[in-house]
Design a protein around this ligand. Structure first.
Ligand code: SF4
Ligand code: SF4
Length: 296
């Protein structure tokens, strides 16, 4: 069985304080952290119990920052060593220690790193990405497409090796001018994919069949954007929930969702880097790869 699992536990806190984020500088209590740890460790045990010939991808999509917590570091390292794991990845602000990666399988671990120029320096962030390079870990880096971050995003792009992909998350509430679109696209050749709301109602989507979300108590949903549960990961019958489904939302505009929309064929753009958002080399240059366009 081939399945990607997006895990989001009860954690809801972060060491950074981005103004637009509800988790900025929020603190979990000791009890809440203990609950989060127990939920994550239960999840890791469950994945570890799956057959060795399954092909499981895991992406941790926390509310807040998970990789400053030892239990996530240890769990990611352990998952990466399992034969049934094809990729284990996490979204992170990359502020935490990276020494735990020494215990991980570098070919299976990957990180989705967001650069927050108001909370770290470019030099400190680049020191962290250089460590990932030295350890052979796949990663993407990116910046939220706020106008005030444009200069920092350009500086990041210029400082990183050309082969390192830099994504820009389009802020859908902003009406970018044509010049702004071109400027963001000069940093991220795939920016227009993310800047689009892709029509999805009634469309075939792998979410719920090839990919699911699992929360701290095991509740399975097809994706983070449709709240109806489809099963529980800790029930013996959980695999029966993995069936084809058409999307019930009007549109889909987040990478972790629309990459599963069949008609976009983004598996050809991202291939094995789908979870950590690393496109194939041709797409990093937007050359030689057919990119999706809005249906007529
Ligand atoms: S780093 Fe991420 S989780 Fe933390 S405050 Fe900023 S946007 Fe929110
Ligand atoms: S298109 Fe997006 S919202 Fe619809 S099922 Fe797929 S991932 Fe979920």
């Amino acid at each position: 069985m081939r399945l990607d699992i997006l895990y989001r536990g009860p954690l809801a806190s972060c060491n950074y304080g981005c103004a637009y984020c509800p988790f900025g500088k929020r603190k979990d209590t000791r009890e809440q952290l203990a609950t989060d740890r127990a939920a994550w460790e239960r999840f890791v045990e469950r994945v570890a119990s799956l057959p060795a010939d399954d092909q499981i991808g895991v992406l941790v999509t926390p509310w807040g920052e998970a990789l400053i917590r030892r239990w996530y570091q240890d769990g990611l390292a352990r998952l990466s060593q399992l034969p049934q794991i094809t990729r284990v990845a996490a979204q992170t602000n990359l502020s935490g220690p990276l020494d735990w990666i020494a215990a991980a399988h570098p070919d299976r671990l990957a990180l989705w790193c967001t650069y927050h120029p108001e909370w770290t320096t470019l030099a400190d962030f680049l020191a962290q990405t250089a460590r990932l390079d030295a350890m052979g870990v796949s990663y993407s880096v990116g910046v939220v497409g706020q106008r005030e971050y444009a200069e920092a995003a350009r500086a990041l792009r210029a400082a990183l090796p050309p082969a390192t992909y830099v994504w820009i998350n389009a802020v859908k509430a902003l009406a970018y001018t044509a010049d702004e679109l071109a400027a963001w696209e000069a940093i991220d050749p795939l920016f227009r994919i993310n800047a689009q709301r892709w029509p999805s109602q009634g469309a075939a989507c792998g979410a719920g069949q090839r990919a699911i979300t699992v929360d701290g108590d095991g509740t399975m949903r097809r994706c983070h954007f449709i709240k109806d549960p489809i099963g529980n990961f800790y029930d013996a019958s959980w695999r029966a929930a993995l069936v084809p489904r058409a999307c019930t939302n009007v549109d889909c505009h987040c990478h972790i969702g629309y990459v599963h929309l069949d008609y976009l064929e983004l598996d050809k753009v991202f291939a094995t880097g789908l979870l950590e958002r690393v496109p194939v080399p041709e797409a990093r240059r937007a050359a030689g790869v057919r990119l999706p366009v809005l249906p007529a």
